[in-house]
Ligand binder design. Structure first.
Ligand SMILES: [Zn+2]
Length: 308
């Protein structure tokens, strides 16, 4: 009996270790100046996005190797720093961190930082931006994981990288906070110009040719419009809305992983979307500002439906 029990216990241990998939682990460094409510939301959001868009050793071999390396170096895969805007928030960790973003990309050890604006925390309208930024920046980690770290200018178009993150965070806000800032952001004429977007989309392929400033790509509004136009064109090709967003948010990055660093991203675009980049830009040139209301995501769209 004892022996049998031993065998059962052993086989349980073996089977659980055989099936335990190691996750990409974040270490949270949350500044004491953040409100408790924000920290609660942050924890919830991180749980949800990791569940819906998981990153783990099965994602691909690049992620598996990166996790092994980082776990050996620091015992986890990536640091997350968050603070309410203040000078030099974590002097003992990294000096003078400023702004939100995924930092040191293309290095073996990037980190995620969230610089939370106190005015946004106080504003009834903009408060949810302090939450959606968590979704936005996590999504960059996801894009990096799927693409084998091919997310910046040299490797992928900024409008797809940032526009995708912008649209995804807005779908999240609609689903979890019942609020939608996307429509208002895109309606503001000084956030972006339809002329630039429709006639010169190439400018939106790089950060330095499409600065995040008024009239260009403020709040990534111009990039978001291009992403929504792409989804709309896919729908015309009989792709469902969920499927079209899945191609933009996930499949493109999987395709992008297949070619080496620095190689042109256009073949990955064609493989994913079934049209060439010039074909898409030609279709984009027909768009007018008033098309916006026709191309906004459905209000009932759920991130789980996109990533399932
Ligand atoms: Zn971003």
């Amino acid at each position: 009996m004892k022996k049998l029990l031993g065998i059962i216990v052993l086989s349980l241990i073996l089977s659980s270790s055989a099936y335990a998939i190691e996750k990409f682990k974040f270490k949270y460094n949350l500044h004491e100046n953040l409100p408790k409510k924000w920290i609660t939301e942050f924890n919830n959001i991180m749980n949800i996005v990791q569940e819906v868009m998981p990153i783990n050793e099965n994602t691909n071999h690049w992620v598996k190797n990166n996790m092994k390396l980082m776990n050996m170096k620091q015992g986890y895969s990536m640091d997350v720093y968050a603070w309410k805007s203040t000078k030099n928030p974590f002097p003992e960790k990294r000096a003078n961190m400023k702004y939100s973003g995924l930092e040191a990309v293309n290095s073996p050890a990037p980190w995620l930082q969230l610089d939370i604006n106190p005015n946004d925390l106080k504003s009834s309208v903009n408060k949810i931006r302090t939450y959606s930024v968590v979704v936005h920046e996590y999504f960059h980690v996801y894009q990096r994981a799927l693409s084998h770290d091919k997310i910046l200018d040299r490797n992928s178009p900024k409008w797809l990288f940032e526009g995708g993150a912008k649209v995804l965070e807005e779908i999240y806000l609609k689903q979890y906070y019942k609020k939608y800032l996307l429509k208002n952001d895109l309606k503001k004429s000084d956030n972006w110009s339809i002329k630039r977007v429709s006639e010169e989309p190439k400018l939106y392929e790089k950060y330095n040719t499409s600065p995040q400033k008024k009239g260009f790509d403020n709040n990534y509004s111009g990039s978001a419009f291009i992403v929504l136009a792409l989804v709309n064109e896919l729908k015309k090709n009989n792709v469902s809305e969920q499927e079209a967003f899945e191609l933009v948010f996930r499949e493109f990055w999987i395709q992008r992983a297949k070619k080496p660093q620095g190689w042109n991203w256009q073949p990955a675009f064609q493989n994913t979307f079934g049209m060439t980049v010039p074909e898409f830009y030609e279709r984009l040139s027909k768009y007018k500002r008033k098309d916006l209301k026709k191309i906004l995501p459905s209000k009932s769209l759920k991130i789980q439906d996109i990533f399932s």
